[in-house]
Design a protein around this ligand. Structure first.
Ligand code: ADE
Length: 246
């Protein structure tokens, strides 16, 4: 079971996605739990303000320390083991190895190289030592908004994660991407027991081979004949040859 507590000003932007399809099935199966904390409730003054102008001048508003510390402390008061994730363009670039580390070894640090060359070995090891599905973990994702956050907030953060070298308006989309990519890898969430393991990116940077379903001929575009041959050796060879690299 992996629990995500999302600290946000925009719960309504996140909730529909987490109540849909695989994310909701994971909750239904007791494999994931999502909780929201409204940062506004920890805001200051009559307007429950959570932001202010930067010292030294400059455009925009920054998240203040007080509401963020109070919100995180309220979650940690109930579960001191919860780890804090901050989506930020200044973080470590998120990848499949990090998602897998969180899903299969909850509580582990979502970093550290898992080079492609090690992929086969680590998969073999995982098969010998199936992940402990009873392990549990609790991640708090803090979704900043506005132009940024007071640097002192970082003293509470365990993992800074970037979704790429571009800037979004807030942490909500990164939070959804982090959650989706982790939850679908929790053993038992996807239907086929190995589909998450064999598909794209499952060994780091190896892209899955092209796939086809019916009809055989769609507007003149035909399925490669080898896939209809029934020759499993040839099919495996074709798939290997057509697997790309990220
Ligand atoms: N917040 C704003 N931009 C971001 C990015 N690229 N990755 C993670 N968090 C962000």
């Amino acid at each position: 079971m992996i629990k995500f507590t999302i600290i946000t000003l925009f719960q309504e932007a996140l909730e529909p996605y987490l109540k849909t399809s695989m994310m909701w099935k994971a909750v239904d199966k007791g494999l994931a739990e999502f909780e929201f904390v409204n940062l506004r409730e920890f805001g200051l003054g009559p307007h429950r303000s959570v932001d202010d102008t930067p010292y030294g001048g400059g455009d925009g508003m920054l998240l203040r320390c007080e509401p963020v510390f109070a919100a995180i402390e309220s979650v940690k008061a109930k579960d001191p083991s919860a780890k804090v994730i901050l989506p930020t363009p200044a973080g470590e670039i998120w990848n499949q190895d990090m998602a897998r580390a969180l899903a299969l070894h909850p509580g582990s640090r979502p970093s550290g190289p898992s080079p492609r060359a090690d992929g086969a070995n680590s998969r073999a090891a995982a098969l010998r030592n199936p992940p402990d599905c009873k392990a549990s973990a609790h991640y708090i994702i803090l979704c900043p908004h506005y132009e940024g956050y007071d640097e002192r907030i970082l003293s509470l953060v365990d993992y800074k994660i970037s979704l790429g070298k571009y800037v979004l308006t807030g942490g909500e989309l990164p939070a959804l991407i982090i959650i989706d990519s982790v939850v679908r890898l929790i053993p038992g969430v996807l239907g086929g027991e190995t589909s998450a393991e064999i598909e794209s990116f499952s060994d780091g940077d190896n892209i899955e081979y092209p796939q086809y379903t019916k009809p055989y001929d769609f507007r003149g575009m035909k399925v490669p004949d080898v896939l209809l041959s029934g020759n499993h050796g040839e099919i495996a060879k074709w798939r290997e040859e057509h697997s790309g690299k990220a």
